[in-house]
Write a protein that binds this ligand. Structure first.
Ligand code: SAM
Length: 276
């Protein structure tokens, strides 16, 4: 039975507002699971199992799959689908509402998911800031978002810095809209993010690093001297001195900075803990 038939049987219509585009291409599903390089004893957190297409494939690759789905209409369907597969645990929850460790505990885990695109950035932040972080993520996202995440200096964004601070992202493959039902309006890409045991740059404190980065990207396409001055409430002449002291031309834009330069700037700024 395909997705359309199964949903019709349960009188369910896909909800666009929950990003419900179900991936039915068997080659794509297998490629996603293989790209996660899961050890046989792996615990996988799947965000948004939908009708369970990817969940079935993951259950063949991992010891344990914890599938967290927000849509209460899909829970009975998933529970009956996986009743005979004890490796799969269906959880009815909003992934953003509780710490990831509430679902997976403190053992090493992997995140594999065809993400609901409307909350891609929020989920990435939620997962990458969790403690402990996953070993690796393999996620399907909008193609344009995947390209932004793997960007290099000159085209960096807050999203690219936020992901690259925690892990090494790569695009595994592209998926066209026909691989999904209903067809999304956008192209998709499968990404693999190998999470670093420790961040690749030396910063005194992650919160300070992101305070500086957010300030830098706070004013789109503005010179750093203006963005940092406004974002960190530092007078312009002091901002110029700070940037120059960090070896960064104050006229540069945030998009051009490397991760290392953001770290140098964070250390130079030495923000007090209490500053918002
Ligand atoms: N994994 C399925 C597949 O590949 O066919 C479905 C993927 S579909 C793109 C995204 C799924 O995420 C939907 O089932 C949707 O209901 C679910 N979802 C949306 N927001 C969620 C949230 N905040 N927490 C958990 N699941 C969510």
């Amino acid at each position: 039975m395909n997705d359309r038939q199964r949903l019709t049987q349960h009188a369910i219509t896909p909800k666009k507002s929950l990003g419900q585009n179900f991936l039915h291409d068997p080659n794509a599903l297998e490629k996603i699971a293989e790209s996660a390089d899961l050890p046989p004893d792996a615990t996988v957190l799947e965000i948004g199992p939908g009708t369970g297409n990817l969940t079935h494939v993951l259950a063949r690759h991992a010891a344990r799959v914890i599938a967290v789905e927000i849509d209460d209409r899909l829970i009975p369907l998933l529970e009956s689908e996986f009743a005979a597969i004890p490796a799969v645990q269906i959880v009815h929850a909003d992934i953003l509402k509780c710490p990831v460790t509430d679902f997976v505990g403190t053992e090493p885990y992997y995140v594999v998911a065809n993400l609901p695109y409307y909350i891609t950035s929020a989920i990435l932040r939620h997962v990458l800031e969790s403690v402990p972080r996953p070993v690796r993520l393999v996620i399907t996202v909008q193609r344009e978002v995947a390209e932004r995440i793997v960007a290099e200096p000159d085209d960096m964004s807050l999203l690219a810095v936020s992901v690259q601070f925690y892990g090494q992202p790569q695009i595994v493959t592209h998926l066209n809209a026909g691989a999904f039902w209903p067809r999304p309006d956008v192209e998709s890409a499968v990404m693999r993010i190998d999470v670093y045991p420790t961040p690749p740059v030396d910063v005194p404190d992650e919160r300070q690093f992101f305070r500086v980065v957010r300030a830098g990207f706070g004013q789109k396409r503005k010179q750093l001297r203006n963005a940092i001055s406004a974002g960190l409430s530092i007078p312009k002449d002091q901002t110029d001195a700070l940037l120059t002291g960090a070896g960064i031309d104050p006229r540069r834009r945030a998009e051009t900075l490397t991760l290392d330069e953001w770290a140098i700037l964070t250390r130079a700024a030495a923000l007090p803990e209490t500053q918002p």
